[in-house]
Design a protein around this ligand. Structure first.
Ligand code: GDP
Ligand code: MG
Length: 434
C-alpha cells in the first residue's frame, strides 16, 4: 500500500533538488503534481484539494531558513502536512483503571472479529484482563470464530444468545464481571455487507445498554472511497470515538486510509497489518508520513527489534533513560506549588539540575522531543548528530537549542541518579524515611 503514491511524491520532490529558488509558477506546478498523485492514490477529492492548498500557503508564507534548500523546505512542509492529515500525534483509546468497554462496529468483512482478538492479545500482554463478548448473532460461524481466537489468546468469551435482548446481554455481562474480574471488555458485533437500518437500530440499542467507553469503527483500507461514506453513516447513527484501519498490508492504493481521519474527524488508533493475531499496531502518523516520503519506517523497525530483545530471558539492567527523565519531571510538575518547598530540602534541591524547568509548557516540549526520538536515542541521546537534532526539532516543533538543553539536563540527572544509587540515602528514600 502507498507504493505508487510514495514513488510519485518522491519523484516530484526530487525534481526540485538542487534548485536555488522556486518561483510561484514552479510551486503551482509542483502542487498540481502533488494533487494528481493524491487523486491517483484514491485520496478523497476534498482532502487532496485542501492538502495542496495548505502546502502552497505554507510554502509561500514561510520565512526562508538558511540551513535548508528550497526543495528541503517544501519536503518538510509536505511531511508536516501529511502527518497532520493522518492525525499529527498518535492517539490511544481511553483506558481507565477498570470499567473499560470497547464496542467494535463496522461492515461485514472489515476485520472486526479479528481486531477483537488482536486487541485482547495486545492488552493482555500489557497486563490487562480482557473479556471478549461475541455479540454477532447474524452469522452462525461468527461466535465460533471469536471463541477460537479467544482460546488462542487465553481470554474468556461471553456469548450473546440468539434473539437475546440487549438489556439481557448487559445484565449477563454484569453478572459475569461480578464473578470474574475483568478490566477491559471488548465487544464484537455483527456487520452487514451494506448499511442497513435494522442493523443500525440493533447496534444503537446494544450500545445504549452496554454504555461503552470507546466505540471503535473498523475500516477496511482495501475498500477505497466507499469506506468513507459508510464511516460517516456509522458515526451519525451510532457515534464513533475512534478508528481501526485494517488490511494496511494489502495492495490497495491507500487513499481511503489517508482520507479516513480527515473525512470522519476521528483519530486512527490502530492499523491492522496481517491476518495473524499479532498484526495490530498503534497508528503513528509521523511514521506513515515518513514511509510515504521515503525516510524509511525506522522507528517501527527499531521497536520491533526492541520487542525481540525484550523476549530474551537475560536482559541487561535498566539504565536511566530519557523516558525516566520525562516521568520524573511529570511527577514533580504534579506537585506544582510544592516547588518552593522542594528547593528548601537540601538533598533534593541539589539533586535538581540547574536549569530544571517546572512549567507545563516546558514539559510538553520535552515530551514532544522525546517522542520524536528512536528508542536507542532515548537510551543514549549522545548518539544524536547535528542533522538528527535538526530533524527532531522540526518534528517536535521545538528548536535545536531546546534539544541540546534537554540532553544536558539528562546527563546531569543521570549523573545524579548514579550518585544517589551509591549513597545510603537511597535506601532510606528521598525524604530520609520510608
Ligand atoms: P468481520 O466480518 O468484520 O468480523 O471480519 P473478520 O474479522 O472476520 O475478517 C475478515 C477477513 O479479513 C478475514 O479473512 C481476516 O483474516 C481478514 N483480515 C482482518 N484484518 C486483517 C488485516 O489487518 N490484514 C489482512 N491481510 N487481513 C485481515
Ligand atoms: Mg465478525
Amino acid at each position: 500500500m502507498f507504493e505508487n503514491l510514495s514513488r510519485r511524491l518522491q519523484q516530484t520532490l526530487d525534481g526540485l533538488r538542487g534548485r536555488g529558488r522556486i518561483g510561484e509558477a514552479d510551486l503551482k506546478k509542483v502542487m498540481r503534481e502533488i494533487r494528481m498523485s493524491l487523486l491517483e492514490a484514491d485520496v478523497n477529492f476534498e482532502v487532496a484539494k485542501a492538502f495542496t492548498k495548505r502546502v502552497q500557503e505554507k510554502a509561500l508564507g514561510q520565512k526562508v531558513y538558511e540551513s535548508l534548500t528550497p526543495a528541503e523546505q517544501i519536503y518538510t512542509i509536505v511531511y508536516d502536512e501529511l502527518k497532520e492529515l493522518l492525525g499529527s500525534e498518535p492517539k490511544q483509546p481511553e483506558l481507565k483503571h477498570e470499567g473499560n468497554v470497547w464496542f467494535l462496529v463496522g461492515l461485514q468483512g472489515t476485520g472486526k472479529t479479528t481486531a477483537a482478538g488482536k486487541l485482547a492479545r495486545l492488552y493482555k500482554s500489557k497486563g490487562r484482563r480482557p473479556l471478549l463478548v461475541a455479540a454477532d448473532t447474524q452469522r452462525p460461524a461468527a461466535r465460533d470464530q471469536l471463541r477460537i481466537l479467544a482460546e488462542q489468546v487465553g481470554v474468556p468469551v461471553l456469548e450473546v444468545q440468539n434473539g437475546e435482548k440487549p438489556a439481557e446481554t448487559a445484565r449477563r455481562l454484569r453478572e459475569h464481571l461480578a464473578k470474574d474480574y475483568r478490566d477491559l471488555v471488548i465487544v464484537d458485533t455483527a456487520g452487514r455487507l451494506q448499511i442497513d437500518e435494522a442493523l443500525m437500530d440493533e447496534l444503537a440499542q446494544l450500545k445504549d445498554e452496554l454504555e461503552p467507553t470507546e466505540t471503535l469503527l473498523v475500516v477496511d483500507a482495501m475498500m477505497g472511497q466507499e469506506a468513507l461514506g459508510v464511516s460517516r453513516t456509522f458515526d451519525e447513527r451510532i457515534g464513533v470515538s475512534g478508528l481501526i484501519l485494517t488490511k494496511l498490508d494489502g495492495d490497495a492504493r491507500g487513499g481511503a486510509a489517508l482520507s479516513a481521519r480527515y473525512v470522519t474527524g476521528k483519530p486512527i488508533y490502530f492499523g491492522g497489518t496481517s491476518e495473524k493475531l499479532d498484526g495490530l499496531e498503534p497508528f503513528y502518523p509521523d511514521r506513515l508520513a515518513q514511509r510515504i516520503l521515503g525516510m524509511g519506517d525506522i522507528q517501527t523497525l527499531m521497536e520491533r527489534a526492541q520487542a525481540a530483545e525484550l523476549e530474551e530471558p537475560d536482559k541487561a539492567p535498566h539504565e536511566f533513560d530519557l523516558n525516566d527523565l520525562l516521568a520524573q519531571m511529570k511527577q514533580i510538575q504534579k506537585m506544582g506549588s510544592m516547588t518552593e518547598l522542594i528547593k528548601m530540602i537540601p538533598g533534593l534541591s541539589r539533586a535538581l539540575p540547574q536549569n530544571f524547568q517546572l512549567d507545563p509548557k516546558a514539559t510538553k516540549h520535552l515530551e514532544a522531543i522525546i517522542q520524536s526520538m528512536t528508542p536507542a536515542e532515548r537510551r543514549n541521546p549522545r548518539i544524536l548528530n547535528a542533522s538528527r537534532r535538526r530533524r527532531i526539532a522540526r518534528g517536535s516543533g521545538t528548536s535545536v537549542q531546546e534539544i541540546n538543553r534537554l540532553i544536558k539536563t539528562f546527563e546531569e540527572t543521570k549523573g545524579m541518579m548514579k550518585t544517589l544509587a551509591k549513597s545510603p540515602r537511597k535506601r532510606r528514600g528521598f525524604f530520609g524515611r520510608r
